[in-house]
Ligand binder design. Structure first.
Ligand code: ZN
Length: 443
């Protein structure tokens, strides 16, 4: 069932719905393959149209191989009395993600090399993985470990690693303009009960898709819900020829916490970098723009030199730079409806700029056109020109076909929204045309 957003319901309603989606997904034990990942895609598919893909284990994808599929049913460490001192059913972070199966009795001393904690935060459980090296282990709090006597324990992980497939989902919203140009929106969906790192990006992506479903679109929007790294590499291997259609792209991650926005630019330097920078600068939100580096989320794959796509990464707090990162403290209290909705507002504003950023031409370029008699020059009193009048003058002056509206907004140091509104008024008055709208055969 597809659900469109009623923009009048803001503020608050959308943020709460985004948080509710994260809450519904939170308990699922996800990984880079397996049933938790499929269950997650099932839920996403209840909100937006989602096409599902299954790529068999063993498939060669560039320099990688799709791994065996991992599934887990239960896991625990039991003390001599049979009490579960560490219990997967209480928190799925307790198991080293991708653990091989194990069932044996061992001493605490033997067990220790399989245990992981966060020493700096004694009540937090860390999130650890071992996707590409066979291993098993448990993650627990320092407090839990301190409570374990030097005794024998029954250790059990009921997991399986076997031939299966890697799952991912794609939501494609075709443009109405007949162009093949695409905007790529990607998020990772492979972390278990972690809210900011994983579910916030997923929630923003789902609600951005809902927002776009209800609107005319010039671009085609391709949303990827993929396991990190191997999912992006698998998708790129399967879609190598089509990537040339991608004109702009953003990886969404860590967008639900209260931290300042961070945008990491694409490797090549691209329009999307300028658009996000402009939106953040004019939004009034605290933010930082960072240069590309070859680590982080899946922008690394999209920006690998063979592809070098125009894809950046938008976050609030940056992975690895907040203490809750990859721990049980990255939970549903750490992400808020307000922060999620604010992040959605930023990405919808970015999309609005991408959609509206055109190269117009002034149809009356010899001297300033007489705006007053067209009702386009409003007297403002005092000695100033007024922002609205000045915005129209900037558009008319710069609209020679070589400058986009974003170029004009930047040169005028005005918000894109004001420049774009002026352009629409000037188009309506006949003073501005988009040459792309004038078909040669109609001339
Ligand atoms: Zn992560």
């Amino acid at each position: 069932m597809e659900q469109a957003i009623d923009p009048k319901a803001r503020p608050g309603f959308v943020g709460r719905a985004m948080h509710a989606l994260a809450s519904e997904l939170y308990p699922i034990c996800r990984s880079i393959t397996g049933n938790g990942l499929r269950q997650t895609l099932d839920l996403v598919g209840e909100h937006i149209p989602l096409q599902r893909f299954e790529v068999p284990s063993g498939t060669e994808v560039f320099d990688w191989t799709v791994p065996r599929e991992w599934n887990i049913r239960d896991a625990y460490i039991k003390d001599r009395s049979g009490r579960r001192v560490v219990d997967f059913r209480a928190c799925n972070l307790h198991v080293l993600n991708y653990s091989t199966p194990v069932h044996r009795t061992m001493t605490l001393a033997e067990l220790r090399e399989h245990l992981f904690t966060v020493p700096a935060h004694p009540t937090w459980i860390p999130y650890r993985t071992s996707y590409y090296k066979d291993a098993w282990g448990f993650c627990l709090s320092e407090a839990q470990l301190a409570g374990m006597a030097d005794d024998e324990y029954e250790v059990m992980i009921d997991s399986s690693l076997s031939g299966g497939s890697l799952s991912y989902g794609e939501c494609v919203l075709s443009g109405n303009g007949g162009s093949d140009d695409e905007v790529l929106i990607s998020c990772h969906v492979c972390h278990p009960s972690l809210a900011n790192d994983n579910l916030s990006g997923l929630s923003v992506a789902v609600f951005l898709a809902k927002h776009l479903l209800a609107r005319e679109r010039r671009y085609t929007y391709r949303f990827l819900f993929i396991p990190a790294t191997i999912g992006a590499i698998t998708w790129l291997a399967a879609n190598r020829e089509q990537t040339s259609r991608i004109k702009h792209g953003i990886v969404l991650s860590c967008l639900g916490d209260a931290g300042a926005f961070h945008y990491k630019k694409s490797r090549r330097g691209a329009d999307v970098d300028r658009v996000v920078t402009h939106v953040l600068r004019t939004s009034g939100h605290a933010h930082e723009i960072r240069d590309f580096m070859p680590y982080g989320y899946d922008e690394r794959q999209f920006c690998s030199p063979g592809f070098d796509l125009a894809v950046g990464c938008l976050s609030r707090s940056v992975w690895g730079e907040f203490p809750e990162y990859h721990t049980s403290a990255d939970n549903l209290d750490f992400v808020t409806p307000e922060a999620l909705e604010e992040s959605l507002d930023v990405v919808t504003a970015v999309v609005a700029v991408l959609e509206a950023n055109r190269h117009y031409v002034n149809t009356s370029p010899f001297g300033e056109p007489a705006l007053g008699r067209r009702g386009l020059y409003r007297s403002v009193g005092g000695s100033g020109v007024g922002d609205e009048n000045l915005a129209r003058l900037w558009v008319l002056n710069q609209a020679d076909g070589n400058h986009s509206l974003l170029d004009i907004a930047e040169r005028a140091d005005m918000p894109f929204t004001l420049i774009e509104r002026s352009a629409r008024e000037l188009v309506a008055s006949g003073l501005l045309v988009d040459p792309a709208d004038v078909r040669p055969d109609s001339a």
